[in-house]
Design a protein. Structure first.
Lengths: 339, 126
């Protein structure tokens, strides 16, 4: 068990991180992600409030859909939190921040913190829907980025076609009292319980940012390669002015993937070298169970392009690698690798 | 935790099996369990002179990196090259296929100063 953002969470279940990772890539894994916050924003003014506070444009979606978005620091456009908005009903939004940022997000968007009332279970993997079919078939039918309020054995759950693994699947907000029964039913149907360790290697292979590593103070959405999260067509949003400045100048650094030749994992904080000179820093690194080599995310100057040879300085040892396009592993690439 | 009676142990969680004038070594079941899934082992070089208590290897798992210390003083005479591609041997068989190297003992008496199985069990139970 490990302390994480005020919660105590399992790093791994008895099968271990690698087995849990592979279960999610080839079968179905089950995560307890109750540490994500839920801030409920309701009422006639809710849409306008969120449009002002968050970067993405909710007019791109509608009720019954989910959207990934950022909350920025107006001072410099850096990312205070990255979050999902579940647009549950026309005047009800369930905003899902990272565990440790829930209070800050609530200060920005108001609403009610209902985190303690519900658990959040994520069912992820190519067999997520067939696993759900026998336990909670309506949830298994919720499409990608759709949001539905559904009944499971007499309790109302909110189910969204979202996740953090690069695989198909859903995330389900379940009233706390019903969560253990649903968990047990899913495990009974073949879902492999997976901990924080696998969640991290899965999201890393999928090239998804983790707040505190690829996003956070001093890091803007443009540097992280997430310009699509910014709704430039909106009249205004928190942090817009600062971000416009960077957009005009061009970001001074960009997030890239680095794939190493060997198995040794790069780690957060390792220096990135190009032609013997330090040009950047690794923000997350680990072993990729799918590629069976070390992979990492790093910030480097924008002129260092995909394909460039680099070295990672791991506590004095130089590890050769190259910059690659993200994600490291996509559903399509995985199929090709398996041929 | 598995702690075989016929081995000796360091307080840094390495085991030693005396084989004549040499000692085969690896990390204990307790150590591999604490590390989690091992994905890379930086092996010592054959021929290297090592001193008891000095770092001879690094083991990387999905969650962290850990140093491995020489439990005895001597010369590395054999290295388990299989670990380069099969680092999971450290998890699956820490006292067998997961051995790291064989050290020619500079002083055979040094092994007697290591913990026996009972002493090591006490150490990890506390």
């Amino acid at each position: 068990m490990a302390a994480f953002g005020g919660w105590t969470m399992p790093l791994a279940y008895p099968q271990g991180t690698l087995a849990e990772h592979r279960a999610c890539r080839s079968g179905v894994a089950l995560f307890d992600v109750s540490h994500l916050g839920t801030v409920r924003v309701t009422g006639t003014g809710a849409l306008a409030l969120l449009q002002d506070a968050l970067t993405n444009d909710l007019r791109r979606i509608g009720p019954g859909q989910a959207q990934y978005t950022h909350l920025l620091d107006p001072a410099d456009g850096s990312v205070v939190d990255d979050l999902l908005v579940w647009w549950v009903a026309p005047e009800r939004f369930d905003v899902m921040p990272n565990a440790s940022n829930t209070a800050q997000v609530r200060r920005a968007v108001g609403g009610t913190d209902v985190t303690s009332e519900r658990a959040v279970l994520a069912v992820q993997g190519p067999q997520a829907r067939s696993c759900l079919a026998s336990v909670f078939p309506e949830a298994g039918a919720v499409g990608r980025f759709a949001v539905r309020e559904l009944d499971w054995q007499g309790t109302t759950c909110v189910v969204a076609g979202t996740g953090y693994t690069g695989e198909d699947g859903v995330e389900m907000a379940v009233p706390e009292a019903a969560a253990p029964a649903l968990w047990d039913a899913l495990v009974g149907a073949g879902a492999v319980p997976a901990g924080l360790g696998a969640r991290d290697t899965l999201r890393l292979e999928a090239g998804l940012p983790l707040h505190g590593h690829e996003l956070g103070p001093g890091i803007t959405p443009l540097q992280a390669g997430l310009g699509w999260v910014v709704g430039w067509d909106k009249p205004d949003f928190r942090g817009r002015a600062a971000l416009e400045g960077e957009r005009a100048r061009g970001p001074r650094r960009l997030l890239r993937g680095v794939e190493l030749e060997g198995r040794r994992p790069p780690r957060a904080g390792s220096a990135v070298l190009s032609d013997g000179t330090v040009v950047g820093t690794v923000t997350s690194g680990n072993f990729s169970p799918t590629l069976e080599r070390g992979i990492g995310l790093c910030f480097v100057p924008p002129d260092l392009e995909v394909g460039a040879s680099v070295e990672i300085d791991l506590r004095g040892t130089r590890l050769p690698g190259r910059l690659v396009r993200l994600p490291f592993v996509s559903r399509r690439r995985k199929v090709e690798a398996g041929r | 935790m598995d702690t075989p009676d016929d081995l000796r142990y360091s307080s840094d969680h390495e085991w030693v099996r005396v084989e004549g004038g040499t000692a085969r070594m690896g990390i204990t079941d307790y150590a591999q369990d604490a590390l989690g899934d091992v994905v890379f082992v930086q092996l010592p070089s054959a021929g290297a002179a090592v001193t008891a208590g000095s770092s001879i290897s690094e083991v990387e798992s999905t969650k962290s990196v850990s140093e491995v210390y020489a439990p005895v003083t001597g010369t590395v005479v054999e290295v388990n090259d299989e670990l380069a591609d099969q680092p999971q041997h450290l998890n699956e068989d820490p006292y067998g296929d997961g051995w790291i190297c064989v050290i020619e003992l500079a002083d055979r008496g040094e092994v007697d100063r290591l913990l026996d199985a009972e002493g090591y069990r006490k150490l990890v139970d506390d």
